[in-house]
Write a protein that binds this ligand. Sequence first.
Ligand SMILES: Nc1ncnc2c1ncn2[C@@H]1O[C@H](COP(=O)(O)OP(=O)(O)OP(=O)(O)O)[C@@H](O)[C@H]1O
Length: 255
Amino acid sequence: MKILDLCDVTMKFGGLTAVNNLNMYLNKGEIIGLIGPNGAGKTTVFNMITGVYTPTSGNICFGDFNESIINKKPSDIANLGIARTFQNIRLFKDLSVIDNVFIGGHLNVKSNIISSVFRTKKYKEEEKKLYDKSIKLLEEVGLKDLMYEKASSLSYGKQRRLEIARALNTNPEILLLDEPAAGMNPKESLELMDFIGSIRDKFNITILMIEHHMQVVMGICERIYVLDYGEKIAQGIPSEIQNNEKVIEAYLGVG
Ligand SMILES: Nc1ncnc2c1ncn2[C@@H]1O[C@H](COP(=O)(O)OP(=O)(O)OP(=O)(O)O)[C@@H](O)[C@H]1O
């Protein structure tokens, strides 16, 4: 069953067409790869899904009711259940590990400004619930022992996990991962593959990931979309993509 559906989506920046007539969908529970050479339009796709950019034309629908999310604010889209991580890790580096995850969950806290200013009983209860949930999340991603450490003191691989834990604290249905293996050594990349699979299973979510590390993409993604100069040049299961001539040409820069 589809959970996200991009229909004929185009994004133009002045005279530059960053994404052209893209059709792409995610089924519930899938891990999908979005790949392509530098400048292919991958991040632009993420920015359109998360409401940072409004497509020049086309539609993007989300959820059981296939509701259009075009023209919704990024915060509303996050509230609907689409979370993301970034190519360059964006943590609050001077805050503790637990505080980084705790902050992520604040999006879902229902209390209003009055109850937060006066720290009402209800507000305190919600904060306690969120704190406990944040600890549980850290346990799930293997960082509980480091919860009081500064985020900046963690290794690169662990910072990535922390960013994912923070995104998970918004209760997403879809998690968009922008180059999760960037900067990782081979051992960390292999661990990341297992980690992403376990996150999907434990949290029952759908994952769309941009990734340049082919071993990770081919090892974990069930289907893959390939962009080149804003055009979708291929889609399919990993073995189809690996043997696709257009894809090989795009990556080798020949043809
Ligand atoms: N806000 C913007 N204004 C103008 N051009 C933009 C903007 N955002 C992206 N572009 C252009 O759109 C094209 C696609 O960029 P995008 O960042 O989506 O590619 P990408 O596939 O994510 O690349 P990379 O792998 O290098 O991150 C590029 O030519 C880029 O310069």
